[in-house]
Design a binder for this molecule. Structure first.
Ligand SMILES: Cc1cc2nc3c(=O)[nH]c(=O)nc-3n(C[C@H](O)[C@H](O)[C@H](O)COP(=O)(O)OP(=O)(O)OC[C@H]3O[C@@H](n4cnc5c(N)ncnc54)[C@H](O)[C@@H]3O)c2cc1C
Length: 473
């Protein structure tokens, strides 16, 4: 079957890869000149990479890890020690670590928490442990029910002290969805904790060894092409055209290179667009359909990714760091953590600035100035004195509508990959799968979408045959 897919983010690429593996011919149309969507990256005038986001791969990403295996690129993941490292705001320049010993889950997680005495007191650890019992005993059903509450509300219902939030979960909530615990759905944190505590290597982290478009997306494209698929860049989907029965008749694709607009027909059609952009293309004839109407409740959250190149080394930590700063979320010295960005003498910090709603429209210079003030607290000895570290250059990448904002009540709004339109399917991290808005979620959504297209093969081919037999309308 010929399947037209709009969007070459991880969801669209994965969907095409698995369709091609099943003998179909996927044809991807990507609006931009860069692969990867939210994992896209570019080179600056000096040849240094800058990215849409600092991206971490977790041990609890089975579909992503399988994809790396299948592409034969698993050596491109640079695994770090099994730890979580937090800055200590009250003692600037120091860190507090959760180190997971090489023991089965959940013993390794419990040991990591018990051994850390900087952040939580024993009574706080006990009350948090008791609070988690329902999630551990009742599993995913309980986790889904908790989507009615924000994480802060959930902590209160479990009688867990507010300080636990301040110490650990503001940082985790910002890392997972770029918002604070008062806003984030408790389902998000409980899902992550469940994976981290139930799988031995669930919270183990890896960095890709270079820029995602080249090191991860390109191999997927080569695989797709080797099986007869096509990937067209600079080719945005402009319109979804419908048949009388509301099924898709064609995609209108316009090339931003040649200016040519074409009607593309296929046996099945997939939107792998972000939810905010898909909503703009929903045809009039579908607007009353419940599953499409519900998408109004899903909206991307703003986030800013910052790159700062310094003239000296700021740290020797080869890991992700949770800043616990009011303006920043996680950060890493990419000159250490990522092979292609390696610099033995000078640091390049990549930092996620979140929550970003009050900053997304501010000038880059203001954002950098505010970030420098935060860095002076994180590295108190580096930015003073005669031998102080200087900022060489910076790059700020703003994403006003990034992953959907996971506030309470979102779970019931997320659509299935199969829609009520017979030849139209959805892929994307916002569609329903258990890994929420993440790279693993995007990959799983693409895989589920490909399976659903494949399973509908007989129906799709039959309706195509009927279309051909119909006289011209
Ligand atoms: C700052 C930041 C940090 C992140 N950190 C992590 C992390 O550490 N770990 C993790 O797991 N996840 C992380 N994520 C989330 C992760 O990047 C996303 O969940 C995932 O990449 C989404 O993939 P997707 O394919 O669903 O959507 P997208 O990546 O948004 O792909 C959609 C594609 O559709 C294209 N498109 C849009 N309009 C059209 C059109 N009209 N026609 C054709 N194509 C179109 C876009 O250009 C894009 O290529 C982070 C995200 C951000 C922004």
């Amino acid at each position: 079957m010929r399947v037209a897919i709009a969007g070459a983010g991880l969801a669209g690429l994965t969907c095409a890869k698995y369709l091609a593996d099943q003998g179909h011919t996927p044809i991807i149309f990507e609006a931009r000149n860069v692969l990867g969507g939210k994992i896209a990256a570019w080179k600056d005038e000096d040849g240094d990479w800058y990215e849409t986001g600092l991206h971490i791969f977790f041990g609890a990403y089975p579909n992503m890890l399988q994809l790396f295996q299948e592409l034969g690129i698993q050596d491109r993941l640079q695994w770090k020690s099994h730890s979580m490292i937090f800055n200590q705001p009250e003692e600037p320049g120091t860190y507090s670590r959760f180190d997971f010993p090489d023991l089965p889950a959940p013993i390794n997680g419990v040991a990591a928490i018990l051994k850390n005495n900087d952040m939580l007191t024993i009574p706080e650890k006990i009350s948090f442990g008791i609070g988690l019992i329902p999630a551990m005993l009742r599993g995913q059903k309980y986790v889904e029910e908790c989507d009615s509450m924000s994480w802060s509300e959930w902590l209160r219902t479990q009688n867990i002290p507010e300080r636990v939030n301040d110490e650990v979960f503001i940082a985790m909530s910002k890392a997972l969805n770029f918002i604070n615990p008062d806003e984030i759905s408790s389902t998000v944190l409980l899902t992550a904790l469940n994976r981290f505590l139930q799988e031995k290597n669930g919270s183990k982290m890896a960095f890709l060894d270079g820029a995602p478009p080249e090191r991860l997306c390109q191999p997927i494209v080569e695989h797709i092409k080797s099986l007869g698929g096509e990937v067209h860049m600079n080719s945005p989907l402009r319109k979804i055209n419908l048949n009388e029965d509301s099924s898709v008749k064609s995609f209108t694709i316009s090339s931003t290179d040649s200016g040519v607009t074409e009607e593309i027909t296929a046996d099945a059609y997939v939107s792998a667009l972000p939810v905010d952009l898909f909503k703009l293309l929903i045809p009039k004839g579908w607007e009353s359909i419940d599953s499409f109407r519900k998408l109004d409740g899903l909206r991307g959250v703003p986030v800013i990714n910052i790159h700062m190149w310094f003239d000296k080394k700021l740290t020797d930590i080869d890991h992700l760091l949770f800043s616990r700063s009011p303006l920043l979320s996680v950060y890493a010295d990419m000159s250490i953590t990522c092979k292609e960005y390696e610099d033995p003498k000078r640091s390049m910090l990549e930092l996620v600035f979140a929550p970003a709603k009050d900053w997304i429209h501010r000038k880059d210079e203001d954002i950098i100035e505010a970030t420098m003030k935060e860095l002076e607290k994180l590295f108190p000895t580096h930015f003073t004195g005669e031998n102080k570290t200087n900022l060489r250059k910076y790059k700020v990448v703003k994403t006003p509508l990034s992953v959907y904002k996971s506030v309470p009540g979102c779970q019931k709004l997320r659509p299935d990959q199969e829609t009520c339109i017979s030849n139209f399917f959805l892929a994307g991290d916002y569609t329903m799968q258990r890994y929420l808005a993440s790279m693993e979620g995007a990959v799983l959504s693409g895989k589920l979408c490909a399976d659903k297209v494949n399973k509908s093969k007989a129906r799709l081919l039959e309706s195509k045959k009927q279309d051909v037999l119909k006289p011209d309308q």
